[in-house]
Design a protein around this ligand. Structure first.
Ligand SMILES: C[S@@+](CC[C@H](N)C(=O)[O-])C[C@H]1O[C@@H](n2cnc3c(N)ncnc32)[C@H](O)[C@@H]1O
Length: 342
């Protein structure tokens, strides 16, 4: 027998004796996925080399799914495994594929297509929740009577302000109908936010010095003329008004995001969170695919522009704002600037 045949026979008998499954099915799945895992490996390396981080993230997720496939077969057919676990794994795999297929068949061209998944991930991610809590605290520090939320998305800030018992006037702008629809669905106890459809690339329909506090979380990078936009923000602020700006870093650090999510949890908490992450895998992949598509599409139009700390600080100062505080937030993925009208 050739040494290659010997290698496969001995590998097969190890699989058979350890797991009691048909070893050849495992080996066929393993070998069938092998070329694709190497191909993806090179795609990941080249994307990282070209600094295309969202693309690399998307390939990493695909790589992990491919690597897991042979082991999912083991999990379903392995001896001594409770039938309930088998059924759960089969249902999970089936549901994930159906759910992901449904999402990916949508056109994915703008924020409308991603609104539901964006909202779910924002509501389960510890880093997002901490960020929203912190931004809301800073924005209400000086007891503002009027707040403007620029690019409010699905209304996570508005919900937090309501939970905190804020009772002033909140105006919230966004150019995604779907995001606004989700935001309007919440029932607010302490105030009624005024959600308005508004493209922030167009002129804002407000008089000068109208708002005591302005918030902008992860939206500035979407805008064409960030410099003049910040100048209008300054004009909209009242004399002692404050502006909280959060923007994604040009190079995301996803590793911290996951480690922070599980930090400080006991075993039960960790298991619960792993379950929530698994259930949200189709949504997470959808976000990655969307971001990847949107980034490349918008970059062609020279529009999406992730500025780093120094550039943002220069823009803010140039717009007449006084930067009082700069911090890394959301598991080191975002910059936060707390500014006052100079
Ligand atoms: C990353 S989400 C952030 C949403 C929200 N601020 C949050 O933190 O959950 C970006 C939001 O910016 C909105 N957006 C992007 N470009 C916009 C534009 N030109 N005018 C108004 N909103 C815009 C999108 O619709 C989306 O809701």
């Amino acid at each position: 027998m050739s040494s290659l045949a010997q290698f496969f026979t001995s590998w097969a008998s190890t699989i058979q004796s350890s797991y009691g499954v048909n070893p050849w099915i495992f080996i066929v799945i393993y070998l069938a996925t092998l070329p694709f895992t190497w191909w993806l490996f090179f795609l990941i390396v080249f994307s990282l080399k070209d600094k295309k981080y969202s693309k690399a993230g998307y390939f990493i997720v695909l790589e992990l799914i491919l690597l897991a496939l042979p082991y999912l077969y083991l999990l379903i057919y392995m001896q001594n495994i409770h039938w309930l676990i088998r059924v759960a794994v089969v249902i999970l795999i089936f549901w994930s594929f159906v759910s992901l297929r449904k999402r990916l068949l949508r056109k994915q061209n703008d924020w409308d297509d991603i609104a539901k998944d964006y909202d779910s991930i924002s509501n389960i991610s510890k880093a997002h929740k901490e960020k929203i809590g912190y931004v809301s605290e800073l924005a209400t520090k000086n007891s503002p009577k009027t707040i403007l939320d620029l690019g409010c998305g699905s209304g996570v800030i508005e919900k937090k302000l309501d939970e905190m018992g804020y009772r002033g006037e909140v105006t919230s702008l966004d150019s995604s109908e779907e995001m606004l629809k989700i935001a309007k669905k919440h029932s607010y106890k302490n105030f009624k936010p005024n959600f308005i459809y508004q493209d922030l690339n167009a002129q804002l329909p407000f008089r000068e010095e109208k708002f005591d506090s302005i918030i902008m979380v992860n939206v500035l990078f979407c805008l064409r003329d960030q410099k003049s936009f910040l100048e209008s923000v300054n004009k909209l602020l009242t004399t002692d008004g404050s502006f909280v700006l959060v923007n994604p870093k040009p190079i995301p650090t996803t590793a911290n995001f996951f480690s922070e999510h599980f930090k400080g949890l006991n075993l039960v908490g960790k298991i619960r969170e792993i379950g929530r992450v698994i259930i949200n895998i189709p949504g997470l992949i959808h976000l990655l695919v969307f971001q990847n598509k949107l980034d490349s599409q918008e970059k062609n139009k020279d529009s999406y522009d992730y500025k780093d700390k120094d550039e943002l600080a220069t823009l803010l100062k140039g717009a007449g704002l006084l930067v009082e505080k700069v911090e890394e937030i959301q598991a080191n993925q975002n910059w936060l600037f707390y500014c006052k009208k100079a």
